[in-house]
Design a protein around this ligand. Structure first.
Ligand code: ASP
Ligand code: MG
Length: 404
């Protein structure tokens, strides 16, 4: 018999009637003769509420107690799902991570799943039971409860799919799937039927919020198909799979934009070997992620301008680090919060010439100025003024016929 892993996100289990609906979805998979492993998030809002309680009781709430506290939300949703399934005549029970156990390594709040003990769960599946397992949590070598980062139930589900060799992992959420671009920004955005792991990874890292990038990477490494679909309507969602499973005639798969970037420019930097390293070393030591970088060729051979982007949240820290850096000399330090990185993503660009030109030309037609450019094998990103995001997305979506 085939195993399927079903993951339900917070909104899908957000109310009692939604949990009943989830039980109906699970029942349908049982009807199709699947062995079903369920992973659930906490009811929506619960985790945030627990986090705010921890902040209210202490400004220095310990990380290990944070994990005990915030992982408790999943206990509620899992028992409610199991309870409803029992009510419908199924054999079901809940499992917390420590009962299985799900072993994790690494720091509290940001642990990683390294092993899952399968014996009990397999026995239960073989006896016809439906295990309902708490996502987001694990235990470490010291038997302390751990969590694996916000939104971690995706990662839990993918690890279960891997360890139990499931046929696929279905992520039930509140959107119908992955879209060619954010449907809130562009009405003509369309649901993507299939997308490769690589494209999905780029989309998620570049601003599409459907799934955490690192769980997509886990699925890619373990070659597990993922389907993202809505728990509210019964329609196929988006399949995330290997490139070779995809027959697609589109050059570009999606367009994304970011909201939380900042641009930093150092004007008149004394140009000498090692200067870029002197600027970026202290940033990396402070865990500041530098994204796009351009360095102008200096006209006089002595001075150059250097521009790069960082997360908006890191701007103050970056200013401080640059101003205190004694190893660099520059004339002016500029920054800009009104920028957005707009990207086009698609494996089709590997084999199609002229994609870069078409992107730049369609932005030019809209009189949108490109400030910084960066590319990889399957994506082209440009930094533009935030006020032009909608116009840019509209133009690019149309240019690459994503609305068709
Ligand atoms: N409940 C946790 C969170 O809100 C885990 C999850 O939703 O996957 O981050
Ligand atoms: Mg959640």
């Amino acid at each position: 018999m085939k195993i399927v892993v079903l993951k339900f996100g917070g909104t899908s289990v957000g109310t009692i009637s939604r949990i009943s609906n989830v039980a109906n979805i699970i029942a349908k998979f049982r009807k199709k003769k699947y062995k079903v492993i369920v992973l659930s998030s906490a009811m929506s809002g619960v985790t945030n509420d627990l986090i705010s309680k921890s902040k209210k009781i202490s400004k220095v709430f310990s990380d290990s107690e944070y994990d005990v506290l915030v992982s408790s939300g999943e206990q509620i949703s899992c028992s409610l799902i199991a309870g409803k399934l029992i009510d419908k005549g199924f054999k079901s029970r809940s499992w917390m991570a420590w009962q299985i156990p799900i072993l994790t390594e690494g720091k509290h709040k940001f642990s990683r799943i390294v092993d899952i003990y399968k014996k009990e769960i397999l026995k239960y599946l073989n006896s016809g039971g439906i295990p309902i397992i708490a996502g987001f949590q694990g235990i470490n070598q010291q038997s302390r409860i751990t969590t694996i980062g916000r939104g971690g139930t995706d990662a839990s589900a993918i690890m279960f799919a891997k360890f139990f060799n499931a046929e696929k992992c279905i992520i039930f959420t509140d959107v119908k799937g992955v879209y060619t671009t954010d449907p809130n920004k562009l009405k003509s955005a369309r649901k993507i039927k299939v997308i490769s792991y690589e494209e999905m990874l780029e989309m998620a890292s570049l601003g599409a919020k459907v799934m955490q990038p690192h769980s997509i990477q886990d699925a890619r490494l373990n070659r597990k198909d993922i389907e993202v679909r809505s728990s509210f309507i019964n329609k196929p969602g988006t399949l995330i799979t290997k490139r070779k499973n995809i027959i697609n005639n589109k050059i570009i798969t999606g367009v994304t934009s970011t909201q939380n970037d900042a641009k930093v420019t150092l004007v008149g930097v004394k140009d000498r070997p090692g200067i870029a390293a002197s600027i970026f070393r202290p940033l990396s030591e402070n865990s500041i992620n530098v994204d796009m970088v351009v360095q102008n060729i200096s006209a006089n051979g002595k001075e150059t301008d250097l521009t790069f982007t960082i997360k908006l949240d890191d701007l103050n820290k970056t200013k401080k680090i640059i101003n205190e850096n004694k190893n660099i000399n520059f004339k002016k330090f500029l920054f800009d919060k009104n920028v957005s990185k707009v990207s086009i993503i698609g494996v089709g660009m590997i084999t199609t010439p002229g994609v870069t030109f078409r992107m730049f030309q369609s932005l030019a037609k809209q009189k949108i100025n490109i400030q910084v450019i960066s590319t990889s094998e399957i994506k082209i990103s440009v930094l533009i003024n935030k006020k032009n995001i909608k116009k840019a997305i509209f133009a690019l979506h149309k240019e690459f016929k994503l609305d068709k």
